[in-house]
Each structure stands twice: as structure tokens, then as C-alpha cells.
Design a protein around this ligand. Structure first.
Ligand code: UDP
Length: 333
């Protein structure tokens, strides 16, 4: 398919990961060439199918500079590589700041030295913190609760400073809960260890794990469980395609929520999983998980206005069915 970005080379840092592989597939479908930079610490070589793979670690400043130099004619950099497990961040802040913040600093410096000047950065709704003001708008105060959210906010600030001082053009996308898988079933969510609700609940429904833990049943929500906004990974990928085309149309700097705009509770997700798989999800009520916020869902208005983005595949049942399709293949069911 030809598009505004057809023929462009795009560096995708973290292209071997869950969201990164879907972004690379969407880039290839748009006629662009995705070049994956990844250290394969959590990403998978088998998920890099849509363009070349450069093995490089963001913590290695000299190596990232060399790699950016090799691709200095790329039109943009998409930065998705980071440590993401909220619980782990609470016990290993050093690892999170090193990988996320220092890594992003090395990338920004390498971009500055090599003249790469357009950046899409994956941020998160976890940068907002606990608030009753839902849906979340982009100008909401950012007071992240988790170490993970704090590292992402630190990077947002660094990028804003580079824009002001060095004229870096950027689009920060604050994702809500990425979920689902490409309809081909060839790529999907494969974290190790897996900490996310939908793949864990699917494994429990499939009988591949005994009982899952439902973290927190005493939240101030209608059924006592947390509320999240699930956005299909292919919708997220599409937001990147739209964002990249905006650089050619004069985009300079923006922070934009990428969510469906709909909140759904953890228990409602478990019910939908039972509908889709035909098996109920065995679970035990467990204490709240450190770092978790009560409710998070997006106001998707700015994404529509600025990028022309609306979620297409993010009905929760569609998301779960696509994830189930992928996991059935991976699990040999
Ligand atoms: N969750 C749960 N059990 C699990 C994994 C997650 O109850 O085994 C809950 C988690 O506490 C949160 C929601 O599911 O309330 C979504 O968590 P997830 O890790 O999928 O995404 P996050 O919102 O942390 O980015």
C-alpha cells in the first residue's frame, strides 16, 4: 500500500518487542522500511520479520551512536524499548532508570549527533498518577505513582527540553493498555515473565496455569476491581503510521493519548475471556499490587483532532479474541 511514508526508512528501537513488531508490520504495509534496533533482552528475533535487525543495547552509548550513524538518512526514530513491568520497577528502580532514562538519553544524544530529528516516543497513561478526573486528558497533571511511570515522565521531560533547545521534532504517544494481537496470529504478546492481565487470564482459562491472582477486589469501583482502557496493538501501530506522516506536514511537538476511551474492569475482562474461550478463568482474590492505580481511561479527542486517529479494533471482545487466536497457536491448542 502506498502512503505518505512510503519509501521512508524508519528506525524502530524495540522493534522485536510486542508493540514494536506490530509497528514494524504496519510500517511495511505502508511501504516504509522498518529497521529494528533491539538488544533482544525481552524482544524476540522471530518477531523481526518486516525489515533488518540491528542488535544494539541503548545502555551502550557508543554502540547506539554507531547504529544511528549507519542509518542517519532515516526519516524518523520510533522509540519503544523499555522496562515495562510495573511491579518489577518498584523493587528494581536502578534497573528501570538505567534502561529507560539513561537509555533514552543515549538515544537522544545519538540522534542529535547524527542529525536524526524526528522522534515518536512510547509513553504511558501511568505518567498521570491517581486521579478521579476521568477520562484523562493530556493536560492533566502528571504525578506518576509507579517507578515505571516516573521513568517515562522523566523521558517525556527530556524530550521536551531537546525540542526547546535543539529543535527535536517529537510526538509522545501515551498508550493506555496495549492488548490483542495481529489477526494473522504470527506476532503477539510474548513477555517472559508475563505480568499482564489478558495473557495471564487466557493461560488460566486454557488450563496452562493453575489459578491466577486477581490483584485488589476492594477498589472504589462498581465491582471492586481496577478499571483500564484496552487498546488493540494494531490500533497503536496505526497511530504511529498517522504520526509519522504528520512530521512531513509540519508536526513539531505533541503529547497525545492513545486509548479507546472506554474503561473496563478486571472482572469484566475475566467474564469476556470465559465467553471467548468457552472456559471460565480460575482465580483467587489477592491483595492489591504495588504501583497499580484504581482507574485509567483516555479522552481520545486530541488523537482524533491531531492525528485523525480513532480506534478500529479495540472493542474488548475483539481484542481478547485476537489474543486468543495468537496464544492458541503459540501454545499449540
Ligand atoms: N492484574 C491481575 N492479575 C494479574 C495481572 C494483572 O489482577 O495476574 C490486574 C492488575 O493488578 C491491574 C490490571 O490487571 O489492575 C491490568 O494490569 P496489567 O499488568 O495488565 O496492565 P497495567 O495496567 O499494569 O499496565
Amino acid at each position: 500500500m502506498s502512503s505518505d511514508i512510503s519509501g521512508q526508512t524508519i528506525i524502530v528501537v524495540g522493534g522485536a518487542g510486542y508493540i514494536g513488531s506490530h509497528v514494524c508490520k504496519a510500517l511495511q504495509a505502508s511501504g516504509a522500511v522498518p529497521v529494528t534496533f533491539d538488544n533482544l533482552s525481552s524482544g524476540h528475533e522471530h518477531a523481526v520479520k518486516y525489515g533488518p535487525l540491528i542488535k544494539v543495547d541503548l545502555r551502550d552509548k557508543a554502540a547506539i551512536l554507531t547504529s544511528c550513524g549507519d542509518y542517519k538518512d532515516a526519516s524518523a526514530v520510533v522509540h519503544l524499548a523499555s522496562s515495562i513491568e510495573v511491579g518489577l520497577g518498584e523493587t528494581d528502580p536502578a534497573g528501570f532508570y538505567n534502561n529507560n532514562v539513561i537509555g533514552a538519553f543515549h538515544l537522544l544524544e545519538a540522534m542529535r549527533e547524527t542529525g536524526l530529528n524526528n522522534l515518536i516516543f512510547s509513553s504511558t497513561c501511568a505518567t498521570y498518577g491517581d486521579t478521579d478526573q476521568m477520562p484523562l486528558m493530556e493536560d492533566q497533571t502528571q504525578k506518576p505513582f509507579s517507578v515505571y511511570g516516573k521513568t517515562k515522565l522523566a523521558i517525556e521531560h527530556m524530550i521536551q527540553s531537546y525540542h526547546k533547545a535543539y529543535d527535536l521534532k517529537y510526538l509522545t504517544l501515551r498508550y493506555f493498555n496495549a492488548a490483542g494481537a495481529d489477526e494473522s496470529g504470527e506476532i503477539g504478546e510474548e513477555h517472559d515473565p508475563e505480568t499482564h492481565l489478558i495473557p495471564i487470564a487466557l493461560a488460566a482459562a486454557a488450563g496452562l496455569r493453575a489459578k491466577m491472582k486477581l490483584f485488589g477486589t476492594d477498589y472504589d469501583t462498581p465491582d471492586g476491581t481496577c478499571i483500564r482502557d484496552y487498546i488493540h496493538v494494531n490500533d497503536i501501530a496505526q497511530a504511529h503510521i498517522l504520526g509519522l506522516s504528520k512530521f512531513g506536514q509540519g508536526l513539531k511537538a505533541a503529547e497525545v493519548n492513545i486509548g479507546s476511551g472506554e474503561g473496563i474492569s478486571n472482572l469484566e475482562i475475566l467474564k469476556l475471556i470465559a465467553d471467548v474461550t468457552g472456559s471460565s478463568v480460575p482465580y483467587d482474590a489477592a491483595p492489591r499490587r504495588n504501583g497499580d492505580l484504581t482507574r485509567l481511561y483516555a479522552d481520545p479527542g486530541l488523537a482524533k483532532e491531531l492525528l485523525g486517529f480513532t480506534a478500529q479494533y479495540s472493542d474488548p471482545k475483539t481484542i481478547i479474541a485476537s489474543a486468543w487466536n495468537f496464544h492458541k497457536r503459540v501454545w499449540g491448542l
